[in-house]
Design a binder for this molecule. Structure first.
Ligand code: A2P
Length: 318
């Protein structure tokens, strides 16, 4: 696979993946087909995104047309918060595999370090009659042991976490038979996660950046009035002009040069292509420093629906 980085388990993971959060099944199906044509070999999804079936269908079409083989692509999905108990973990994976029409995924992540009530009917956001989330405390080590069992079973090729803070990472690292390969978190020029990155790097865990473009398409209630738009920063336009590149390409290149995996979401054919054209230029140290100055260190995606959770990860700086 081209443009890959070797993980701490020896497996290779493509540095760019197609992000699919908030893409409908129809959009996802089309986006995955386009992305594979353009050269992407990595697709990031999650049980909770509701588009695994569309990805499965697009992959099957590609395989049947003889364009790619299963081993040519890297597929990531995530254990949802309703299935953190040890017996529920394999059930959630089996359902994801069924939807994806795959017999293994390349990477399986614990979506967040928090539990939700499992109603047994795949409700994603269980809430009581007042709209309050039905949260459940979880034993993260128990969840991790179940993830390790999945790795041993061969149904997943690598395991990792998402939205974990440094304390939660260390809890896992200290108990693990198999170390997490990545922590997938919000990471972009406004919120560069330098401390978490350094912390994870010392433990041989790489970051994967979600919202690498600053999540301009996030739901309206998550956008503060008057907040700046990362893709519109003149710094990025100025740097991009030197290389004939767009602000989005500069942002992605910046993260890749920091050694961080990126999963930009797009459903537009032109932008899917644009986001992949980041391997033919190199930012200078001066460019990187200028981008560094954009940091506001303000998180955009705060999992507000779980802010009362005892394991809520974002109450400490990193
Ligand atoms: P669209 O799907 O219409 O392309 P992030 O990955 O940071 O969450 O950003 C995803 C959002 O950014 C989506 O709303 C997506 O919209 C938009 N987007 C993706 N690629 C680009 C790009 N190259 N230029 C501008 N906007 C983009």
């Amino acid at each position: 696979m081209a443009n890959t980085v070797t993980l701490n388990n020896g497996h290779k993971m493509p540095v760019i993946g197609l992000g699919t959060w908030q893409a409908t099944p129809e959009q996802t199906h089309r986006a995955v087909k386009i992305a594979l044509e353009v050269g992407y070999r990595h697709v990031d999804t999650a049980f909770a995104y509701g588009n695994e079936e569309a990805i499965g269908a697009a992959l099957q079409e590609h395989f049947k047309e003889g364009k790619l083989k299963r081993e040519d692509v890297f597929i990531t999905t995530k254990l949802w918060m309703t299935h953190m108990k040890k017996d529920d973990v394999p059930i959630n994976l089996s359902e994801s595999l069924r939807r994806l029409k795959l017999d293994y995924v390349d990477l399986y992540l614990v979506h967040a370090p928090m539990g939700f009530k499992n109603r047994g009917d795949w409700t994603i956001f269980p809430a009581d009659e007042h709209g309050k989330s039905e949260l459940e405390s979880v034993n993260l080590i128990e969840t991790w042991r179940a993830m390790e069992d999945l790795l041993d079973s061969g149904k997943v090729r690598a395991i990792g976490v998402s939205n974990f803070n440094s304390e939660q990472i260390d809890l896992i690292v200290q108990a693990a038979r198999h170390q997490p390969v990545t922590n997938q978190v919000e990471c972009n020029a406004y919120f560069p996660q330098e401390k978490l990155e350094e912390f994870c790097e010392k433990r041989n865990i790489r970051l994967t950046a979600y919202s690498p473009l600053g999540s301009p398409g996030r739901p309206g209630h998550l956008i503060n009035e008057g907040s700046r738009v990362l893709l519109e920063e003149t710094t990025l336009q100025d740097i991009g002009r030197k290389y004939g590149k767009t602000p989005a390409q500069v942002l992605l290149r910046n993260l890749i040069q920091r050694g961080i995996f990126v999963i930009p979401k797009s459903t537009s054919p032109q932008r899917i292509k644009e986001n992949f054209e980041v391997f033919d230029f190199t930012l200078t140290e001066d460019d990187m420093n200028k981008i560094r100055q954009l940091q506001t260190n303000e998180r955009m995606l705060k999992f507000h629906f779980a802010a009362d959770h005892p394991e809520y990860p974002f109450n400490i700086p990193y």
